[in-house]
Design a protein around this ligand. Structure first.
Ligand code: IMP
Length: 198
């Protein structure tokens, strides 16, 4: 089964395919089927934004679509950047600019606790939907560490592993990450859904 991923992010695509390909599921970027759907993320939750993105791509392509909306919520910043993680600091910042701004906004702050959330939404052309969510608790490091991954990975620290997301291999990250957990739930729900269709 093929899903169109409502995203331009090749890192998200790889993380999804690494997990879902074992179950005969192929995920392709919307660009791979000639689409670039602009979706305003007007939802107030990750789940709402994920469904907005998936629905727009399903309607544009007529194919099953999947979306991940994710972000990092920092306790000392009252949950910011949260659903605004991709837009933190404005459009001129890149990934490194965004995590540097986060470190700057936490300067002098000893409470570094945070969590990443991933909301996965999938919608089929007949309107059926599957939703899943995963959370990974951690802390915000004092300095960036590691070269792997993307986004805020170099500053998202896992105390139990004593490493940031960016210091993990893709398989290690998938085993503990918000997206890995969300995809595990999604996989189970998808299996049950497909069994029902038979
Ligand atoms: P969106 O879900 O594409 O709207 O954006 C999520 C924001 O959170 C972007 O800034 C991503 O770089 C960041 N983000 C999402 N997942 C991860 C992750 O696994 N590691 C690091 N940053 C992430």
């Amino acid at each position: 089964m093929k899903f169109i991923l409502a995203s331009q992010n090749p890192h998200k695509l790889k993380e999804m395919n690494d997990i879902l390909s074992a179950h005969g599921i192929e995920v392709v970027l919307e660009g791979d089927v000639g689409l670039h759907v602009e979706v305003e993320e007007t939802g107030s939750t990750f789940a709402e934004n994920a469904m907005l993105k998936a629905k727009a791509v399903m309607e544009a392509s007529g194919l099953p679509a999947i979306a991940d909306d994710s972000g990092v919520c920092v306790d000392a910043l009252n949950g910011a950047p949260g659903v605004y993680s991709a837009r933190y600091g404005g459009p001129e910042l890149d990934d490194a600019g965004r995590y540097r701004l986060l470190l700057e906004n936490l300067r002098g702050q000893t409470n570094r606790t945070a969590h990443f959330i991933s909301a996965i939404a999938c919608i089929f052309p007949n309107g059926d939907t599957i939703e899943a969510e995963g959370i990974c608790p951690g802390t915000i490091a004092f300095v960036p560490m590691g070269n792997g991954g993307f986004g805020y990975d170099p500053v998202f620290f896992l105390p139990q592993l004593k490493k940031t997301y960016a210091q993990l291999t893709p398989a290690e990250k998938a085993a503990v990450s918000h997206r890995g957990k969300a995809l595990a739930v999604f996989e189970e729900k998808l299996k049950a859904y497909l069994a029902q269709q038979k």
